[in-house]
Ligand binder design. Sequence first.
Ligand code: DC
Length: 233
Amino acid sequence: MSDIKPNKIIIAVDGFSSCGKSTFAKAIAARLGYIFIDTGAMYRAVTLYALEHGAIRSGIVDEEAVVRLLGQISITFRFNPQRGASDIYVNDDLAEGKIRTIEVSNCVSRVSAIPEVRQKLVAMQQEMGRRRGVVMDGRDIGTVVFPDAELKIFMTADPAVRARRRYDELKAKGDAVSLEEIERNVRERDKADMSRAISPLRQAPDAVVLDNSHMTVEEQMAWFMERFEGLKN
Ligand code: DC
C-alpha cells in the first residue's frame, strides 16, 4: 500500500479492559502489515497454567507457587490461517480458547501484579518487538515495555458499555454469565490495574486518548489513520 509509512514503528495500544483494544490493534496491524501482539493473552496464559497446576485454589492465588511455575512456562504465538490471527500456546498446548473464561478473568489481575511474572513477560514482549513493525496491546506498553514507541494510544470507554460488550461476546460463545457479574469484574479490574504497585495502568504523557464508547471499528480506523499519517510530518 503506497500510503503506508516505510519505516516500521512500534504502536503501543494501552487502556482499560474490554475496551476493544485487541480488535482495534488487530485491525491496525492488518492494515499496516504489522505483527499484532496481545499481551493480555500472555498474562491470561500464565493465569490459566497456574489454575491448572494448583497455584490458584478457590480463587486464592499462591504467589510463591506461581513464581515457582514460571520457569516451566513457555509462551508462543502461532498464526492460525483459519482465524486469520495468531493463537497462543503454552508449552505447545493450544490455550487460545481457554484463557478468556470468567475464572481466568477473575484471577488475572492478581497474577499480573506479581513482579516476577511481569519481569518475564515484559522481557518476552521486548524481544518480540525488537525488529519493530508491531502493534502491541496491553496496559504498560507505552510506559514500560516500549517507552520509545513512536505512536502511543490510550483507549478508554464507559464501564457499562465495556461490560455489555464482554457480556455479548461471552454469551455468543455460550457461557452462562450475568451482566452484573461482568460489570463488577470490569470495575474491579480497572481498580486493580490502576492501583497495583508495579507497572500500574497509566496513560503515558505522550499518548493520544481514544474514547470509543460510541465509535464503530471503522470510525476508530479512520481516527487512527489520521494520527498515523500525521507522523510523517
Ligand atoms: O487485556 P486483557 O483484559 O486480556 O488483560 C488481562 C489482564 O492482564 C488484565 O487484568 C491486566 C493484565 N495485563 C497487564 O497487567 N499488563 C499488560 N500489558 C496486559 C494485561
